[in-house]
Ligand binder design. Structure first.
Ligand code: B12
Ligand code: SF4
Length: 592
């Protein structure tokens, strides 16, 4: 097999999480990942698919999943045995600040001459600090790097000129840092593709399923994402993906949409091979009436059978749910209301709807065939006090009463943790929103990540609620919701009992860590080390069972047959040395 051009590596949040004793807490309870945050960015798939179309060979290696799945997996040996033209590492989510930089160090240890390229939103925000690390050569900035990274790869392979590559930050041989303009910010998402058959072909080609699964339990719960747009029209104060953040730090002045026909094509591909639910990320209602109609009618045209879920940034009206119900056999909805209190939600930046409007929308969805309505709340947001958080349980109980205790409604609450997003309005001006930052630089965040508990790791403190209050309120709401779901028969009694027990134990463990922090360094390390397995057990599915988040999936003979066909054609192509010709996007580069 010919040499791979680019290996994209995804690190765990904390590199040596298997050895360290850290109580990560409920930081990843609302996402499919474990606290290692093993899910790689969707952008790995869009970049890899684009580069392959341009004739480059790209491989995704999810080191975090490999480390989770195999206790003895030797990261250094695996990296040593790779030999690509360049390595790419994501530092998209700031919680990877420790793992990503450590992986870069290991890459340079075994391959000192091989270029190391970073990218992602956090890399963009901290690009100048990032290239100061001796193990990082390039940062490709921005939210759309498919084209600039292809240009960079051409330049690296053919000794091309780096000066003309947009969005690139790099170190010269003499060690000075060059920052090219952030000019590549496309107005639409039509040149790229979130094509899951690309990932499947890659599994077949490298005979390696374990390296490219998106997260730990993906094979049990094969959820797929569909992306309507890049950017956001809203301005939530703590969000690093807000309109403000995109404008100020990522060069994006307006939201870039994917053409609805292309979106439908992406989803048709998923439905061919994968039985899992499809989650449409980023509220497509932001695209306007015509966009919405074209997308939903398109899904009806392909006779979508997979369950499909939509995220909405504000509660839709009844006519819209009627429209969904007419066209889709199985749809679900997700809204992050953050707080039941209108003032708190408004302070967060979601002043565009009230709790009363939200309630009307939930009732309308449930009347119009919605399979499931997930409602999310968050602790740690502006103006939110512990007392306000503690009202959540009673509020949700009253909400259930209003919808006749309908079990299709599922409410969750989680903390804003471990970090307040870099590049958010609060991060950039904390005092204005009543916050103090406990870390500002990339290195400070890297150090925070190896603190003993999520309370010590958090990068902020709100004037309205101390970190101790926040930890306590988070666990208390977890208990309230767990008991409520038990009473309503939404969660089985044995699961309710297990969750209750886990939350109690987690609270005790947090107190124990505070006591341990009062000891001298040697006793402290040994006392924390003794609690390692306890911490691991109490940091997964803490405030609810992760499976509660899952939508149903059903595999059919048709999926098995289509995967077999793909396997057969891909293997034949590999055997005969054929790579099917594909249209090449125009990517220019200049000789040095
Ligand atoms: C979709 C989404 C998710 C999905 C993730 C799907 C996925 N696998 O990517 C879910 C819901 C699971 C999720 C989870 C989380 N998310 Co999120 N998410 C988003 C959202 C809404 C959209 C992202 C998107 O559209 N991506 C588009 C795809 C195609 O591009 P991409 O993946 O970003 O990749 C491109 C670039 O970033 C860059 N790039 C990325 N990696 C690399 C690597 C290299 C080498 C290069 C060159 C380039 C590069 O190039 C790519 C191609 O153009 C944004 C908010 C927003 N408005 O943008 C938040 C956002 C990215 N998420 C955020 C956070 C904090 C999280 C969590 C940590 C929350 C938590 N505590 O659980 C987790 C982490 C999950 C994990 N790793 O396990 C923050 C990140 C802030 C920060 N800088 O740290 C954001 C900005 C806002 C927010 N608070 O939600 N998230
Ligand atoms: S949290 Fe707010 S600003 Fe951030 S992506 Fe969601 S709606 Fe947009």
């Amino acid at each position: 097999m010919s040499r791979v051009d680019l290996v994209l590596l995804h690190a765990p949040s904390v590199y040596d999480f298997r050895e360290r004793s850290i109580m990560f807490g409920p930081v990843s309870d609302m996402v499919p990942s474990t606290p290692a945050f093993e899910m790689y960015p969707l952008g790995f798939t869009t970049m890899a698919e684009y580069m392959e179309r341009c004739g480059l060979k790209v491989r995704i290696v999810n080191l975090a999943v490999l480390m989770l799945n195999r206790k003895g997996f030797d990261v250094e040996a695996a990296i040593r045995d790779m030999n690509p033209v360049a390595f790419g590492i994501d530092l998209h989510w700031l919680p990877h600040a420790h793992g990503s930089i450590e992986i870069a160090r290991i890459v340079k240890k075994y391959h000192p001459e091989t270029p190391v390229i970073f990218g992602g939103l956090s890399s963009t925000y901290f690009h100048e600090q990032l290239v100061e690390y001796p193990w990082v050569d390039y940062v490709v900035r921005g939210d759309s790097t498919e084209k600039p990274i292809t240009q960079l790869m051409y330049a690296l392979k053919h000794n091309g000129n780096l000066g003309g590559i947009p969005n690139l930050t790099y170190k010269t041989r003499e060690g000075s840092v060059v920052v090219n303009p952030l000019e590549w910010v496309p107005d639409d998402m039509n040149d790229i593709s979130l094509d899951y058959s690309f990932s499947m072909k890659s599994v077949i080609r490298y005979r390696d399923m374990a390296s490219s699964v998106p997260f730990h339990d993906w094979l049990q719960y094969p959820v797929c994402a569909s992306l309507t747009c890049r950017g956001c029209t809203h301005n939530c104060a703590t969000c690093g993906g807000s309109a403000y953040s995109f404008r100020t730090h990522f060069g994006r002045k307006k939201v870039a949409f994917r053409d609805p026909e292309l979106l439908v094509r992406d989803i048709a591909h998923v439905q061919k091979y994968i039985p899992g639910p499809i989650f449409v990320l980023n509220d497509f209602l932001q695209g306007g009436r015509d966009y919405v109609a074209a997308f939903i009618r398109g899904l009806s045209r392909i006779k979508l059978r997979n369950p499909i879920g939509f995220e909405f940034f504000k509660p839709p009206a009844e006519e819209f749910y009627q429209f969904l119900n007419e066209h889709l056999p199985d749809y679900s909805v997700e809204i992050s209301a953050e707080s039941h209190d209108d003032d708190v939600r408004a302070a967060f930046g979601k002043h565009h709807y009230t709790t009363a409007q939200l309630e009307e929308s939930i009732a309308a969805a449930l009347r119009n065939g919605c399979s499931r309505f997930d409602l999310y709340f968050m602790t740690g947001i502006p103006k939110q006090t512990a007392a306000s958080v503690l009202e959540t349980g009673a509020y949700i109980e009253s909400l259930y009463e209003k919808v006749g205790n309908d079990k299709r409604l599922l409410a969750f609450s989680s903390p804003m943790a471990p970090f307040l997003d870099p590049g958010s309005m609060v991060f950039d001006d904390p005092a204005k929103y009543g916050y103090t930052l406990r870390a500002k630089t990339l290195e400070e965040h890297r150090q925070l990540l190896v603190q003993p508990s999520w309370k010590h790791i958090m990068n902020y403190e709100s004037a309205a609620m101390s970190r101790d209050e926040m930890v306590d309120a988070t666990y208390e709401v977890g208990l309230q919701l767990n008991r409520l779901k038990g009473r309503l028969g939404i969660v089985e009694p044995d699961v309710v009992a297990r969750t209750e027990e886990r939350i109690h134990e987690a609270r005790v463990a947090m107190q124990r860590i505070d006591e341990i922090m009062g000891l001298g360094p040697v006793e402290r390390d040994s006392a924390l080390g003794a609690l390692k397995s306890e911490f691991e057990r109490l940091s997964e599915s803490t405030v609810c069972e992760k499976t509660e988040l899952n939508w149903p999936a059903r595999a059919t003979v048709r999926h098995v047959w289509n995967v077999f066909l793909l396997w057969a054609t891909e293997n034949l192509a590999n055997l005969l040395g054929l790579r099917r010709p594909v249209p090449q996007p125009v990517v220019e580069y200049s000789e040095a």
